[in-house]
Design a protein around this ligand. Structure first.
Ligand SMILES: Cc1ncc(C[n+]2csc(CCOP(=O)(O)OP(=O)(O)O)c2C)c(N)n1
Ligand SMILES: [Mg+2]
Length: 662
């Protein structure tokens, strides 16, 4: 009968051998956290290896993602579709065991981790999603949403500022089913953390309102088990279990030292480690009795079957709620959504309002949200500026989590990474918001959404110098370029209320791509369009004003579309033929077929772009013989109208540039 330490040693052996074979990787954390993982996965984690998507499974997040061999070992050993060959292929091209846990590459990996601190933020988002869905769907005697979120995190995650943002909020929101394990091994890459990390972590988390279990021996299964039981018993507060561990546990010459953090132990040290651990099996061979003890397939099938029964009873009692729950967990939109969306876009067009696009965004939410109960809003303390609240918005709190809006506080990065976690959890369609400039604070989490193909939605208002007096600290310049060069991210900068409505609909209908919508603070003119032009907005770029045999094509986005229209009128009065293109989303436009692109941007005709943002991005459309009106410096503090003149972002300047070049 294998002991707990035999089971933990299986993780240690797989981890050190895979890293050695790959000649790259991080054996220290998996070897140090093996005992904790063994207790959690064997005694507590509710999951079904045969169905990694079971809705009510516990979520497990390895926030210290460099320790990826820990999660790969766990998934392999417990019976997920991750054969031993994949572990032998660690970090190789096309393997299911890339260097860090990657969502979509490996079954059972709930989120991509590696950028330290974001995993715990994802976990907070998942725990919030669980709590909100439980609030929305559970009924007396029917707890169909009832699972824990477990996260492992190390010193690195603790040092990262984002852990403060999200753990603070997790305390306030009383996320009682979140259990985090701190791998307190005293080591990070540069050595003993004493020189750079001396926080009193226990006091820190107590101050957040967490239950903290201090000084747990991370190599004592009984202590770990007790701690998890205490954590689970407290459903009002999230729990941090502080585990004292030894990095690289079992390696006689390297354990407890930074040497084993991110490099193979070496063949000789591996021999010594096998001896010390009493692990006498060749690399990648797990004795049958140990394998059998790890296997979670039968227990998992039972756990899921028990939930199926619960869900059947719920379905009988609340058939509509039950089918709504399934629809939402599948990520399907309501059947009538596209009809509602089309009617809304038509009504916006009919009204032809001259309003700020941020206001148009709020109108879109107001119109679409009632038929989309999964929409879960929020803003990082700028609700009144971002205009993200709507008449049916109801904040979530520790006491009442059944609402549909999170007041994230001033936590842009935390919010964005939480939204990734909420989306990965399923059942909710979150949008977040802040000033466009502070997307910078959140940028890596937005990148992670793109990398993980998560269709999150972000509302970024105050899009340019057009915000005026707040000045250069608040005026975005280079942000559009950064976002447009991020793969698999759609960045929208709508020109008026109609384009704003279409952007919102596209964002909601997206399934694999995050959508960021950049909205103005100031009013924008309405543009008249045919039905075909309205339909073409969703192609990302379209001809707003067509011209036969054009002398020039003017391309613009957002607030500058009206400047392009004005410039075109002046040039036409001089007898020139001018086509105007509105390009709200270059990312989507670039995916259109060549015939369409040629129609919008006819070959051989000089092109000119105007945008109140960094210029250089536009060279890819205008080439070297066209021209660009844009920004090449930071902004200034002044009324918006003056700023446009000061920076030369005017119809007159565009006219002059076209006259000079054609
Ligand atoms: C945001 C971020 N910064 C830096 C790194 C590079 N990095 C990877 S692991 C690590 C040290 C982490 O220390 P700790 O969490 O204590 O891990 P341990 O050495 O204990 O396994 C660093 C700096 C990273 N992955 N993410
Ligand atoms: Mg450490």
């Amino acid at each position: 009968m294998p002991s707990r330490s035999d089971l933990a040693n299986a993780i240690r052996a797989l981890s050190m051998d895979s890293v050695q074979k790959a000649k790259s990787g991080h054996p220290g954390a998996p070897m140090g956290m093996a005992d904790i993982a063994q207790v959690l996965w064997a005694d507590f984690l509710q999951h079904n290896p045969a169905n990694p998507d079971w809705y009510d499974r516990d979520r497990f997040v390895l926030s210290n993602g460099h320790g990826s061999m820990l999660i790969y070992s766990l998934l392999h050993l417990s019976g997920y579709d991750l054969p031993i060959e994949e572990l032998k292929n660690f970090r190789q091209m096309d393997s299911k065991t890339p260097g860090h846990p990657e969502y979509g590459y490996t079954v059972g990996v709930e989120t991509t981790t590696g950028p330290l601190g974001q995993g715990i933020a994802n976990a907070v988002g998942m725990a919030l999603a669980e709590k909100v869905l439980a609030g929305q769907f559970n009924r007396e005697g029917h707890d169909i949403v009832d699972h824990n979120t477990y996260a492992f995190l190390g010193d690195g995650c603790m040092m990262e500022g984002i852990s403060h943002e999200v753990c603070s909020l997790a305390g306030t929101l009383g996320l009682g089913k979140l259990v985090a394990f701190y791998d307190d091994n005293g080591i990070s890459i540069d050595g003993e953390v004493e020189g750079w990390f001396t926080d009193d972590t226990v006091k820190r988390f107590e101050a957040y309102g967490w239950q903290v279990i201090p000084r747990v021996n991370g190599h004592d299964p009984e202590e770990i088990k007790q701690a998890i039981e205490t954590a689970k018993a407290n459903t009002e507060q999230p729990t941090l279990i502080c585990c004292k561990t030894i990095i690289g546990f079992g390696s006689p010459n390297k354990e407890g030292k930074e040497d084993c953090h991110g490099a193979p132990l070496g063949d000789d040290e591996i021999v010594l480690t096998r001896e010390k651990l009493g692990w006498n099996h060749p690399p990648f061979e797990i004795p049958a009795d140990i394998k059998a003890k790890w296997d979670a397939k039968e227990a998992g099938a039972k756990a899921e079957a028990a939930w199926d029964e619960k869900f059947a009873a719920y379905s009988a009692a609340y058939p509509e709620l039950a089918s709504e729950f399934v629809r939402r967990m599948k990520g399907e939109l309501p059947g009538d959504f596209s009809a509602i969306a089309d009617a809304f876009i038509e009504s916006v067009n009919a009204k032809g309002e001259v309003i700020a696009s941020r206001k148009a965004s709020q109108n879109s939410i107001e119109a679409l949200a009632p038929s989309l109960p999964e929409l879960f809003g929020g803003s990082a303390d700028l609700a009144g500026s971002n205009l993200t609240l709507w008449s049916g918005a109801q904040g979530v709190s520790a006491a009442d989590p059944s609402g549909n809006y999170c007041f994230y506080g001033v936590r842009e990065f935390g919010m964005t990474a939480m939204i990734n976690g909420i989306t990965l959890h399923g059942g909710l369609k979150p949008y977040g918001a802040t000033f466009f400039i502070f997307m910078e604070y959140a940028r890596n989490a937005l990148r992670m959404a793109a990398l993980m193909k998560q269709p999150v939605i972000h509302v970024y208002t105050h899009d340019s110098i057009g915000l005026g007096e707040d000045g250069p600290t608040h005026q975005p310049v280079e942000q559009l370029t950064a976002m447009r060069s991020t793969p698999n991210l759609n960045t929208w900068r709508p020109a008026d209320a109609v384009e704003s409505a279409v952007a919102w609909v596209c964002a909601i209908q997206s399934t694999q791509t995050p959508n960021a919508m950049v909205f103005s603070r100031q009013n924008l003119a309405h543009n008249e369009r045919t039905a075909q032009q309205i339909a073409d907005i969703r192609k990302g770029g379209y001809v707003l004003k067509a011209a036969t045999n054009p002398d020039a094509v003017l391309i613009a986005t957002g607030s500058e579309v009206s400047l392009a229209v004005e410039a075109a009128a002046t040039l036409e009065a001089q007898g020139k033929s001018i086509q105007v293109v509105s390009m709200p989303c270059t990312d989507v436009f670039d995916t259109q077929d060549q015939a369409y692109i040629n129609e919008v941007l006819p070959a051989g005709v000089k092109r000119f772009a105007i945008e109140a943002a960094a210029k250089d991005f536009w060279y890819k459309y205008v080439g070297l013989d066209g021209g660009i009106i844009g920004m090449s410096s930071f902004g200034e503090s002044a009324p918006a109208g003056e700023l446009y003149k000061h920076f030369g972002i005017t119809a007159e300047a565009l006219v002059a540039l076209v006259e000079e070049k054609i």
